[in-house]
Design a protein around this ligand. Sequence first.
Ligand SMILES: NC(=O)c1ccc[n+]([C@@H]2O[C@H](COP(=O)([O-])OP(=O)(O)OC[C@H]3O[C@@H](n4cnc5c(N)ncnc54)[C@H](O)[C@@H]3O)[C@@H](O)[C@H]2O)c1
Length: 271
Amino acid sequence: MLENLLKGKRGIITGALNSSSIAWKVAEKAHAAGATFTLSNAPIALRMGEIKSLAEQTNSEIIPADATNMDEIAALYQKSMDFLGGKIDFVLHSIGMSMNVRKNISYDSLNYDFWAKTLDISAMSLHKMLAVAKKLDAISEWGSVVTLSYIAAQRSYPFYNDMAEAKAMLESIVRSFGYHFAREKKIRINSISQSPTKTTAGSGIKGFSEFYEFADANSPLGNASADSCADFCLALFSDLTRMVTMQNLYHDGGYSTTGVSYEVMQKFLGQ
Ligand SMILES: NC(=O)c1ccc[n+]([C@@H]2O[C@H](COP(=O)([O-])OP(=O)(O)OC[C@H]3O[C@@H](n4cnc5c(N)ncnc54)[C@H](O)[C@@H]3O)[C@@H](O)[C@H]2O)c1
């Protein structure tokens, strides 16, 4: 049954940079589940070329688009509909970037030009992708849009820097646009709040490896992998979750509702 979970569905998958990317795993699994889709990333990321092997493996077309540019997003939808032969049933928004994080600038001395760019790339790009889709009527009824978030939208994580505001805004867009799209087009929009995951974006954060170990120890099921995140994305793209919308769904092995685990306590008890 799972092989046919997305049979006949057409999608757009953004953000596959290399084989560690969450979007890469989503593409592999969506292909195995019978979906057809296009792959998109910022032109500069595509220059690295790794995505070509994924496109070959999944019989998909690569369409460059900077997710902050409305014209490039419009071309992405148009070309995707031409290539796939109809409206889009699912969209994965798997995009994030902060120059403040990259340059290791601390939260109390953020560069505001960088911050504006962080919000544009990591949050407003979702709004732009939804607004363009609405204008072009590019997403089918009961279609599903999924984006990826992090718990720093709700709680303070000193190393997460200006990405915390970006994720808070992203989750707000999920609710706000989710309302309009549900009323008018029966389209679902949800965010998955994912465990720390060893990808290019994740590993760029200062102290990531140590925090990864902490989160793993403080999650009753351990950290959720990119692979299991991809499974969850497929469930949300599928018809099995038709009434789920406007939600921020934790996919974190129980981390978000754990105060402290025995494993973490033991480190302080000297055991
Ligand atoms: N890795 C983690 O620990 C973690 C945890 C929770 C949420 N997330 C989120 O998951 C999503 C995917 O990240 P990932 O961890 O797979 O890392 P990744 O680095 O593989 O993916 C990030 C992608 O964003 C793309 N991107 C950046 N600027 C862009 C632009 N202007 N236009 C289009 N694409 C652009 C990059 O090229 C890259 O492919 C991000 O939103 C990230 O914040 C990651």
